[in-house]
Ligand binder design. Structure first.
Ligand SMILES: Cc1cc2nc3c(=O)[nH]c(=O)nc-3n(C[C@H](O)[C@H](O)[C@H](O)COP(=O)(O)OP(=O)(O)OC[C@H]3O[C@@H](n4cnc5c(N)ncnc54)[C@H](O)[C@@H]3O)c2cc1C
Length: 365
């Protein structure tokens, strides 16, 4: 077997974009994925505009809908609709996006082997990138990982005709509905909507009930959902070992999902850039600090917001529905600011209130 500069294990958005960046930097890259593409991956398929700016390939050919309306609803009652000044989310389907990015890697000279697994530790490559997602094994093989807690998400699709296209066009619906550690969503695609829920992993036994409640609120029988599927959401909580002598982790394998939104594609694209930079410079030990500098402040703010929503749902909702908070959310989704801490002036007030809610506990008598 010929030698490669880098082996990338996993061909999701984290793996394919790491491979693209390594190949662009002149490296000889082998990418293996146990699946054969196109393959599906449970995902809302929403790429925020912030994430888009970090994707090394323009995914427009596989974008099916642009979202500039965000509808937030509390306990299936009170709701608010905000219109962004430009699209904040590009909706795709992972079956299409992942095959598209993998083809782009191939076009840049990456050797892609589908339907293949490999013993990464003894592979003929100088460096190994663990991009094998939430259930990957590369982390363990290189004594990496750790410090990751899990959420779980469950979703399905409903064709237009069963639901009205006009109701969901250009719109992301977010349901804050007493789903511990998460929320429900309805996202528009080319010929269907994707309906899903995310929650703490221990809500697994009740995840179908949570999805059924979201369906009911949208006048759907859960039996009308096709392609039902679930997947884990890995969330980095403590100290995660992200790099060793010759291996590092990107995307979900590194536990990089945003704790409050459940999004992970922004983190895939950012971690792939930083991982490729570290490998091309031969300095893997620079990677963890670079990653923390890029996403650490965002994720620590997200943990606080998640705590506020979990502990004080109604009070958090009162803040979440304000125009002032929307201004910050819009800037975050567009990538104008990297983290809530970069928001200044009066727009910071609702963020401070959510911060206080996260810290406040009723004293035990
Ligand atoms: C229901 C749900 C909804 C979501 N919605 C959104 C959303 O709207 N927007 C957003 O930004 N994020 C969303 N996320 C998160 C997003 O899906 C993940 O962050 C993203 O898929 C991570 O990409 P990845 O490349 O790290 O891993 P994956 O996409 O999981 O890819 C890992 C790849 O590794 C391969 N693999 C695994 N083990 C091996 C092995 N041993 N050998 C070879 N190959 C292997 C797999 O076949 C797979 O192709 C959602 C997640 C879920 C579960």
């Amino acid at each position: 077997m010929k030698n490669f500069d880098a082996l990338v294990v996993g061909g999701g958005p984290a793996g394919s974009t790491t491979a693209i960046r390594l190949a662009d930097g002149g490296a000889r890259v082998l990418l293996v994925d146990k699946a054969t593409f196109p393959r599906d991956k449970p995902c809302g398929g929403g790429i925020t505009t912030r994430a888009l700016a970090h994707c090394p390939v323009d995914p427009s050919p596989v974008v099916e809908e642009q979202v500039d309306l965000v509808e937030l609803r509390f306990r299936f009652g009170d709701s608010v609709v905000r219109e962004a000044r430009s699209p904040v989310i590009s909706m795709t389907q992972r079956r299409r996006l992942d095959a598209f990015l993998l083809d782009a890697a191939r076009e840049r000279g990456v050797e892609v082997r589908e339907g293949t697994t490999i013993d990464a530790a003894s592979a003929p490559a100088d460096y190994v990138v663990g991009a094998d997602g939430a259930n990957g094994t590369t982390a363990k093989a290189f004594a990496l990982g750790g410090g990751i807690v899990h959420g779980v998400a469950y979703e399905g699709n409903v064709p237009y005709g069963v639901v009205e296209r006009d109701r969901y066009a250009r719109r992301a619906v977010v349901e804050l509905a007493d789903i511990p550690g998460g929320y429900g969503w309805v996202f528009p695609k080319g010929d269907h909507v994707n309906v899903g829920v995310g929650a703490w992993q221990d809500e697994g036994p009740r995840i179908r009930e949570h999805l059924a409640r979201v369906c009911e609120a949208h006048h759907l029988d859960p039996a009308q959902l096709g392609s039902l599927r679930g997947h884990r959401l890995p969330l980095r909580r403590g100290a995660t070992r992200l790099a060793g002598d010759r291996a590092l982790l990107v995307g979900d394998a590194a536990g990089l999902i945003d704790p409050v939104s459940g999004d992970g594609m922004y983190e895939c694209f950012v971690s792939s850039r930083l991982a490729a930079d570290a490998i091309l410079a031969g300095q893997l030990d620079a990677y963890p600090a670079a990653l923390d500098a890029a996403v650490g402040r965002l994720h620590s703010a997200s943990w606080k917001l998640k705590q506020a929503l979990d502990r004080w749902p109604r009070a958090s909702w009162r803040v979440a529905r304000t125009q002032l908070l929307w201004r910050s959310v819009e800037r975050l989704l567009l990538g104008d600011v990297a983290a809530p801490a970069d928001v200044h002036g009066v727009a910071r007030v609702p963020l401070r209130v959510l911060d206080a809610l996260a810290r406040f506990r009723v004293p035990q008598s």
